[in-house]
Design a protein around this ligand. Structure first.
Ligand SMILES: [Zn+2]
Length: 267
């Protein structure tokens, strides 16, 4: 599931390729167009001839401003954007294709059919499910705001970091990385944290997300629709050695999702 760093690296990659470009042709998949929250014929008609103005991100939503309207993509579990030549083979999971003048193409793929695509007029962003509740972006939330907001959330730290109403952009994988960086256990209750722990958690959030964005952008074979998280310290690394203390990394599984952490250096 793409989280803030994957989406930010993707935005950074796509922005210079898309901005100022005109959409010559739109194709929607007859089988997968139910993922569009706009009737597919309307979607195609309104986007054809449109020009990409700005690419931005809020939490786990990617937004493309086109002719003053917003194309909003929430990839959820398996949504991916592919940047390719129009002549390239079309994957079965392709939901839509926007062919630009010049022959390059932006495709949205979704193997698990859970992603959501919205095409909304200006001012209508808060009508998108989940948008209005979003807290400040996890990449830019200040220490003061983080400290103030965390008081409203008494639960376990892992759930807290994943709560989009607290801060937006962190999911299952990066919450593990942030807690490892902060030296805090995932099931620890927020109410047991001292002020210095909260400050450390805030610093770890920014540090982990920023360095992940850099790591993704530095991947020599970076392709936006593929996800390489080999740079992670603990997530997906169960039974390997902790890079900080050498202890074996532990894993808990709940509802099909793994939580990975180190009992050696997280307390
Ligand atoms: Zn460790």
């Amino acid at each position: 599931m793409p989280e803030l760093p994957e989406l930010e690296a993707l935005r950074d990659y796509l922005a210079p390729r898309l901005e100022g470009k005109r959409i010559a042709k739109v194709w929607t998949s007859p089988k997968l167009s139910f993922l569009l929250r706009t009737p597919p014929d309307e979607f195609a008609r309104q986007l054809t001839g449109g020009t990409f103005e700005r690419s931005w991100r809020r939490g786990k939503f990617l937004v493309f401003d086109i002719n003053g309207q917003h194309l909003v993509i929430n990839p959820m579990l398996g949504g991916r954007l592919q940047w390719t030549a129009a002549a390239e083979k079309v994957a079965a999971a392709t939901v839509f294709r926007l062919t630009l003048e010049g022959g390059e193409e932006l495709r949205f793929l979704d193997t698990v059919k859970m992603g959501r695509v919205y095409w909304v007029p200006p001012g209508a962003l808060p009508t998108i499910p989940g948008w209005a509740e979003l807290g400040p972006d996890a990449l830019s939330v200040s220490e003061g705001e983080f400290t103030q907001r965390i008081r409203r959330h008494p639960g376990e730290l892992k759930n807290l970091l994943r709560n989009q109403a607290f801060i937006a952009g962190v999911g299952n994988a990066y919450s593990d990385e942030i807690l490892h960086e902060a030296g805090l256990l995932p099931l620890r209750k927020r109410t047991t944290l001292k002020v210095e722990d909260i400050n450390r958690l805030h610093a770890a959030t920014g540090k982990v997300l920023r360095s992940a964005i850099e790591a993704i952008k530095a991947q020599p074979k970076y392709e936006p629709h593929k996800q390489d998280r080999s740079f992670m310290a603990v997530h997906g690394k169960a039974k390997e050695k902790c890079p900080r203390c050498g202890h074996r990394i532990s894993e808990l599984t709940a509802r099909g999702e793994a939580t990975d952490f180190c009992r050696g250096c997280q307390h």
